[in-house]
Ligand binder design. Sequence first.
Ligand code: GLP
Length: 255
Amino acid sequence: MDVVILKDGPAVCKEASRRIADQVNRKADSVLGLATGNTMVGVYKDLVRRHREAELDCSEVTTFNLDEYVGLAPEHPCSYHTYMNEHLFSKVPFFRNLIPDSSETNFVQMCADYEAQIQGCGGIDLQLLGLGRDGHIGFNEPCSSLSSRTRLKTLTPMTVGTNKRHFPEGQPVPYHVITMGIATIMEAREVLLLAFGESKVDAIAAMVEGPVSAMCPASALQYHPHCTVLIDEVAASKLKMADYFRFIHQNWLEG
Ligand code: GLP
């Protein structure tokens, strides 16, 4: 795991955007795995800026989103379809954007098809990830199988409570979702996980320095051969190895 400690949230988002743009500039028909949540808003904003300034062309890029709520139509204002359209897809043209279709009634078939579509595109080159307060990635909640694939999941009451802020007052938050599995995520050739702020301090410590355990799904990334963790000073505040991570980057040697 390469842990990069940056000044603050905006610096994390800019660095992520730079790395995504590098990937697309290296390989025009890249396959990107995309995430949602507050963490990604600044990343997508910077990608839109790069596109407007002609630094980024995504016209050959295929994207796969991590997850979607069950029971929300794609055009629902709180669906992840809407989030992606608002922040990125309506502003930057792509070759193809895929998001789990939770309006399907045969979830098992739909999830198998989603996995097959990822394989059919040659797999994901770069997977972007946020981090839940309980260490979830995508919507793989604690105790998800570390070898799980795309499937139906039930959210924990804590995650439902956290996500309430994205829904209008009084509107129920779905507690069923479709999410890529941990094994699906682990097959991406490169993973970029972003986290910043006080609410991520414990999850970052558990993920980077704790044992590999289904209790912290993100800890599975300790087994990933090419995983970069971009965090701010606050999110790094409980890392025992923080000085070592800084030392590595002060003395960076390209391998
Ligand atoms: C949701 C998403 C995750 C995301 C997490 C963190 O649970 N399914 O993919 O990483 O939220 O969200 P935020 O970035 O808002 O903290």
